[in-house]
Design a protein around this ligand. Structure first.
Ligand SMILES: C[S@@+](CC[C@H](N)C(=O)[O-])C[C@H]1O[C@@H](n2cnc3c(N)ncnc32)[C@H](O)[C@@H]1O
Length: 331
């Protein structure tokens, strides 16, 4: 029997819910917008029409959570809060937090009903309308992982030879467009389902990337992917493959010899009970009908069977949560 959970752990679980409420409240109140410089609770209370004593209690608790620093009665954002929770920041994640909260928490307050098979807010993540609606939040999410992804690409030391890039299941396309920003010589293809691709076109029109961009509205299970790619990025998009093996073979055929396939997906292990953060964050979505997470090894196995050589395999926390980053090369 495992022993790491004890009475204190059980009581501490309540703090997880309290921390979520504190952060959710602060995001709703746009409190972090007021804390770019040292500010008193009275000043925050005056701007937001709050009770000053309660505002101080709230700010003290946010300080305990690590989102705010307090010194001599004044408060200021910590670096993550300033970067990700201040709505004027380019990397603002408040909308992602709200959207992910709604997605992950929905139905969990009716757990017995869910477990009995009741139709509590059923969710089909393969439905394209969901991703079209998610486009705006995905832009913010993709902005937060573009720099680490570009760093990984740079580390491969091959980008000078890359001429054609496919961002498969690109969502709004910010990741592919970021590659094009840094390597303007590449011809970029953005591929996603038709309703999503409309949003992608809109976003790309406002993006600074110039030159060749191809917008492919299609379903990777059925439609042509294009060809002669030197780099394919598949980030959290392969869950919806009807047959992962067949899709990998299709990608292999769409790439030039020497081409790189970079896949980023969470990988479950220990009989789908780990990593804990992935299992816990996805349980609500899974119970509502979308248990889509890949098993650890699934990406690289399908790649190898399709003929790719695995060049790098890395468990990575910088690309939007606990993920397995797999780099395959077409020999
Ligand atoms: C979790 S989002 C990931 C988006 C982006 N790659 C990223 O890393 O932020 C999954 C994407 O896969 C797309 N997708 C799902 N099924 C697809 C299919 N059959 N063909 C093409 N794209 C698909 C969705 O529309 C969505 O944009």
């Amino acid at each position: 029997m495992r022993e790491e959970n004890n009475k204190q752990t059980i009581l501490d679980e309540i703090n997880g819910a309290i921390r979520w409420h504190l952060l959710n409240g602060a995001v709703d109140l746009e409190l972090f917008d007021l804390l770019s410089s040292w500010t008193t609770a009275e000043e925050v209370a005056a701007v937001k029409h709050l009770d000053a004593a309660k505002a101080a209690l709230f700010l003290d608790a946010l300080t305990a959570c690590g989102y705010v620093d307090k010194f001599a009665g004044r408060y200021i954002n910590t670096l993550p809060a300033q970067q990700y929770l201040n709505s004027t920041s380019e990397l603002y994640q408040g909308s992602v937090f709200r959207r992910m909260s709604a997605l992950r928490l929905r139905g969990l307050d009716q757990l017995p009903e869910l477990l009995r098979g009741g139709d509590v807010a059923a969710l089909r993540l393969e439905a394209e309308a969901i991703w079209a609606r998610a486009s705006e939040h995905l832009i913010a999410f993709q902005k937060s992982i573009a720099a680490p992804l570009l760093a990984r690409l740079d580390a491969l030391g091959r980008m000078a030879d890359v001429k054609r890039v496919l961002d498969l299941g690109c969502g709004p396309g910010h990741l592919g467009l970021s590659v094009k920003d840094v390597y303007p010589h590449v011809a970029l293809t953005l591929l996603d389902l038709p309703a999503v691709m409309e949003k992608t076109r809109d976003y790309a029109a406002h993006h600074t990337a110039d030159g060749t961009i191809t917008f492919t509205a299609g379903n990777y299970n059925r439609d042509d992917l294009g060809g002669d790619y030197d780099l394919v990025i598949a980030a959290r998009s392969l869950y919806y493959a009807e047959d992962l093996q067949r899709l990998m073979a299709k990608l292999f055929a769409a790439m030039r010899p020497g081409g790189v396939l970079l896949c980023v997906h969470e990988g479950l292990y220990n009989e789908r009970t780990a990593p804990a953060d992935v299992v816990i964050s996805r349980i609500g979505v899974a119970l509502r009908g979308s248990d889509v997470s890949l098993e650890r090894g699934a990406q690289e196995q399908a790649m190898q069977r399709a003929g790719f050589r695995i060049d790098a395999l890395h468990n990575d926390n910088s690309l939007g949560g606990n993920s397995d980053l797999v780099v395959g090369v077409r020999p």
